[in-house]
Structures are given as structure tokens and as C-alpha cells.
Ligand binder design. Structure first.
Ligand code: ATR
Length: 279
């Protein structure tokens, strides 16, 4: 007789994205591309959750033969708390963006944001060992990426509107490399090779309120946010003379590819999907 996991494996695999808001998410499109490209037949739907029903919806999805899930803001920390087993990266970041149902029916949680960002920064040739990196923001996204940046041998300065949150991240990640905190108004006391906007200020159609005099033609800039036109942050840094900049489309595709890898145990092609999304 088929076991529960056999049944899940034989049917078209079901995946879902949980978040709020999710209506504009490009993840279903990215996964449709991966599915076509690899021939793996799977469905990928969006599930709008609230803080009240998030865990209930996730458990229901897996009871009803879901095979894997992605978790986006603001539930990555909640997901970390409700799953059974975690990869090392998820444990370090205390945040989960990918879940996989394992053969023993337990839920495994991973976080592919960090590796997704680094993969994209390497594609763009924006990161090298020993660089000085400024991370703006100290929310869930910043928490998910700081470890991976430190692992590349970069020195990190973290700043945030609410400085206490940046201090907490620095304290948590100090054992992995050189990380310090500066208040937004003091970030000009250092020079940076790469500046990453990891705030969600774009949702309010704003750029973070920092001294933009730190930017010049030698600074690489990356905004984790993405939209059709330049984000407010990218608009501002371009005005300051920055020549090498990018939004977060490549990170979106890369982190999705590493979720796919957790589910199917191989990596799909990333660049072709970035090209499709740019169109
Ligand atoms: P995410 O999962 O996207 O990181 P989050 O955990 O809610 O979302 O964190 C949002 C981040 O964006 C925080 O660093 C937040 O700053 P505060 O900690 O001070 O709230 C930052 N942020 C949001 N709106 C911002 C704005 N208008 N200007 C500057 N920073 C902003």
C-alpha cells in the first residue's frame, strides 16, 4: 500500500507561497519558468495569511499533501518557530523562507535569502572578499542576509532607523565576522564598496533617510526590493553618481532556485529566468 509520502510523490507536487501582502509577488511566475525549464510538473499557489491563521494554514496545506512552501514577509520568523527541523543557515538566521515535507512527514525549514543574494551579487560582480559593506535595515530580510555577507569575508556596517534592532543583529552575528553598528546620521564616518538597501521603505514609496553623500561612482548599490521602474533608493543613488546598481530581481530568482534545490535536489537555470522577468 502507498505510504503518505508515496501518494504525495506520485501526484503533481503542490507548493505554495505564504505571506501578506502577496498579490504582486513574482514567485509563481518564477516557479512556472522553473517547471517548464526542468520538466518537473508542479503547482505553486499564493496563500494570503494573517498573524492569527498563519500556522493553521501552513499545517492544513501540508495535511492536504503539500510538498513544499515558501514563506515571505512578515512570517519568516513565525515559520522558524513552527517547523520540526531546521538547516544550519535557518538556525543561524532564526528565520525560514523554504519548507520541505520530509519522508518522515516532518517539516524541514531552510533560508535561501542569503545564498540568493550572494549568488546575484556574484553574477553582477558586486562582491569580493574583504569589501566594506553597508546594510541599511534591521528587519527580517537584513537578519537573513548578514550571515552570508560575513561568510564572504566582507566587513559589515549595519544601520537602521530603529538603532536597537541593528545592535541586536550585530550582537547575534559578531561571532561570524566583523560587524559594527552606526546610527543613520553617522554612516559617513566610513567608506563602503557596496551598499545594500534591506529596508521595506519602498512600500511607502520612500528611500531610507540617510546621508546620501556617502555614494559616488565607486560604490556598488543593491536594493533588495524590485519593481518595474527604479526604486526610490536607486533613483537617489544614481543622482549621486553611482554607476553600478541593481534591484533585487536577481536575488528573487536565485533564492527561488535554491528553494527548488531543497525540493528537487538540483539547481535550475537562474539567468534565463532573470532575462524573462526583465522583459
Ligand atoms: P522585512 O522582512 O522586509 O525585513 P521587516 O522585518 O518589517 O520587513 O523590516 C522592515 C525594515 O525596513 C526595518 O529595518 C525598518 O526599520 P525599523 O526597524 O526602524 O522599523 C525598515 N523600514 C521600513 N520603512 C522604512 C522607512 N520609511 N525608512 C527607513 N527604514 C524603513
Amino acid at each position: 500500500m502507498d505510504t503518505f509520502i508515496d501518494k504525495v510523490n506520485k501526484s503533481m507536487k503542490k507548493f505554495a507561497l505564504f505571506g501578506n501582502p502577496i498579490q504582486y509577488s513574482k514567485s509563481p511566475f518564477v516557479h512556472r519558468c522553473f517547471s517548464r525549464q526542468t520538466g518537473e510538473k508542479y503547482s505553486y499557489k499564493k496563500i494570503l495569511a494573517t498573524h492569527e491563521n498563519f500556522d493553521e494554514l501552513v499545517f492544513k496545506f501540508f495535511r492536504e499533501q503539500g510538498f513544499g512552501a515558501n514563506i515571505t514577509a512578515p512570517f519568516k520568523e513565525m515559520a522558524y518557530k513552527i517547523i520540526d527541523e531546521k538547516t544550519n543557515v535557518a538556525k543561524i538566521c532564526k528565520s525560514v523562507n523554504t519548507i520541505k515535507l520530509m519522508k518522515n512527514k516532518k517539516l524541514l525549514g531552510d533560508n535561501s535569502d542569503g545564498i540568493g543574494l550572494i549568488t546575484d551579487l556574484k553574477r553582477l560582480c558586486f562582491i569580493r572578499n574583504g569589501m566594506n559593506v553597508l546594510v541599511i535595515g534591521a528587519g527580517g530580510t537584513a537578519r537573513s542576509i548578514v550571515f552570508s555577507i560575513l561568510k564572504q569575508g566582507c566587513k559589515v556596517v549595519i544601520t537602521n532607523r530603529t538603532i536597537e534592532k541593528a545592535e541586536l543583529i550585530a550582537k547575534n552575528f559578531r561571532r561570524f565576522g566583523e560587524i559594527s553598528v552606526l546610527k543613520q546620521n553617522y554612516i559617513f564616518s566610513k567608506q563602503y564598496d557596496l551598499v545594500i538597501n534591506a529596508t521595506s521603505s519602498e512600500i511607502e514609496n520612500k528611500a531610507p533617510d540617510i546621508p546620501y553623500k556617502i555614494f559616488n561612482e565607486n560604490v556598488f548599490c543593491y536594493d533588495i526590493f524590485y519593481k518595474k521602474i527604479d526604486t526610490k533608493f536607486l533613483e537617489k543613488v544614481k543622482k549621486m553618481g553611482v554607476l553600478k546598481y541593481s534591484d533585487g530581481i536577481g536575488m528573487l530568482v536565485s533564492q527561488a532556485a535554491f528553494s527548488f534545490k531543497l525540493w528537487y535536489e538540483y539547481l535550475p537555470n537562474i539567468n534565463s529566468v532573470i532575462r524573462k522577468l526583465r522583459k
